[in-house]
Design a protein around this ligand. Structure first.
Ligand SMILES: Cc1ncc(COP(=O)(O)O)c(C=O)c1O
Length: 454
């Protein structure tokens, strides 16, 4: 019988006690968010109506590591550390000499990486005396994760769920409600932002963010919570990469390439940043690939500019690749990747050539997901299926080069609530919407006035 290991497990004692803050390692000056009225850097006072001071401090922290509070570690122990797998069956199916590893975040209560930041966000808000959190959700993964975290810390939670996901994933709604939160279909008629966007019935993350920000800005006992994009969110997710570093060391291998999907950048940053720090500080030669949908190709086709984080224009201006805050992506099934912008940290790394971005269409993505599921068992969420598509490309390149390259990718969530998407793919009913030049021109016409980025 073969003794080849497929799982690398850590014990509860190995859960990282600090988060990795890559902000301090980025070459060049950081590009702060700007107040849209004054175009001056947005300071803590500008963010305080929406976020507790504990998270604002993490957002701008000058420290290379940030300690994880004991209460957060206690909650992390419910599902962390997560397993790292060597995908030996997938390697054989692909007939590649590459060694393929995946860090699996689908073992969390909500089924993805999102609770890694939902828990510290709920904790910091509860500590600050906040009573209720309002948020958006694209795939339903973030909304269910925040509902779970709010249940742990005794907070109320109100979720604006992007219309297309609300219709495609009724059981994500039940999950959110089971943890005690309220869920609304976005665009809703509960907010000005929702009413103003009634002509986009499938919704978008940008519209749902506007609705949640509006609710939070109007109620002093309510704060806003964002599941991606911001520095503190990526900071929280670095537990993934730190564990993966230890697990790859246990496997006795060093990744040549690290791959993850990018919607707002949080699972990518979480897995990649601890490895990227070694590139920036120690001259490691790891490559990084960010995989995104061709229907919403922010990193591969967007412009690098200051833009709003939401559709209506309620947030500070953020320095990022953007398709324009007015862009409403087609209702592809990877709901978590339907966002017009991306994390400023990830965008700065793409801009400097430290991270390569690739875009994939829906059918080729689901083809990769099905190949993976038939070899490894796990049915991936549509979002990480984009990463798997990129893994297949890299595994084929390794075969052509005849090299046993080591590939590490983030399997950031399972697809148990996404089976209507699989049903459409298996029934031959998935479309491959493309992002056109006309889409780009129309979207970019809405960019706000702000200093140009080079
Ligand atoms: C399973 C899953 N993966 C990826 C994403 C994209 O977000 P991020 O790029 O922040 O990881 C989402 C967002 O909802 C998601 O639910």
């Amino acid at each position: 019988m073969s003794e080849e290991p497929v799982k690398y497990l850590l014990s509860e004692r190995d859960i990282p006690e600090q988060w990795v803050n890559l902000l301090v390692d980025l070459p060049g000056d950081p590009l702060p968010p700007l107040h849209p009225g004054t175009l001056e850097p947005a300071g803590p006072a500008d963010l305080a109506p929406l976020f507790p001071m504990g998270l604002i401090e993490q957002e701008v922290s000058p420290e290379p590591f940030v300690a994880i509070p004991e209460e957060v570690l206690a909650a992390y122990r419910l599902w962390r550390p997560t397993p790292l797998y060597r995908a030996r069956r997938f390697e054989r199916a692909l007939d590649t000499p590459a060694h393929i590893y995946y860090k699996y975040e689908g073992t969390s209560p909500a089924g993805s990486h999102k609770p890694n930041t939902a828990v510290p966000q709920a904790y910091e808000n509860a500590r600050a005396g906040v009573r209720r959190l309002a948020t958006e959700t694209g795939a339903g993964q973030w909304g269910s994760s925040l509902a779970f975290a709010c249940a742990l810390f005794g907070l109320e939670c109100e979720v604006f769920m992007v219309g297309s996901s609300y219709d495609q994933k009724p059981y994500r709604r039940s999950m959110i409600q089971t943890w005690g939160a309220t869920v609304h279909r976005s665009p809703s008629d509960l907010t000005q932002a929702g009413k103003a966007n009634a002509s986009h019935p499938t919704g978008s993350l940008g519209i749902a963010i506007s609705e949640a920000v509006e609710v939070a800005a109007q109620a002093p006992e309510t704060h806003y919570s964002l599941g991606s994009v911001l520095n503190h969110v990526l900071l929280h997710q670095t537990v993934i990469g730190q564990e993966a570093l230890a697990q790859m060391a246990a496997a006795g291998e060093e990744p040549d390439v690290v791959i993850a999907c990018v919607g707002g950048g949080s699972n990518f940053g979480g897995l990649a940043f601890p490895f990227l720090r070694r590139v920036l500080r120690d001259g490691a030669r790891t490559r990084f690939i960010a995989a995104e949908p061709a229907a919403c190709p922010t990193l591969t086709r967007g412009v690098y500019a200051y833009d709003f984080g939401d559709t209506v224009g309620l947030t500070p201006l953020i320095a990022m690749y953007t398709l324009g805050h007015g862009f409403v992506p087609p209702p592809v099934h990877a709901g978590g990747l339907r966002y017009h912008g991306d994390s400023p940290l990830v965008c700065a790394l793409v801009k400097r050539g430290l991270v390569q971005a690739r875009a994939y269409r829906q059918n080729e993505t689901f083809d990769a997901a099905v190949q993976f599921a038939r070899a490894e068992g796990v049915i991936p969420a549509p979002e990480p299926a984009h990463a798997i598509r990129a893994v297949i490309d890299e595994a084929e390149a390794a075969r052509e080069a005849g090299e046993p390259r080591v590939i590490l990718f983030g399997l950031c969530g399972h697809g148990h609530f996404d089976l209507s998407a699989y049903e459409a793919y298996l029934g031959g009913r998935l479309e491959d919407p493309e992002f056109s030049e006309a889409d780009l021109e129309a979207a970019l016409a809405s960019l706000p006035k702000a200093p140009a980025l080079t």
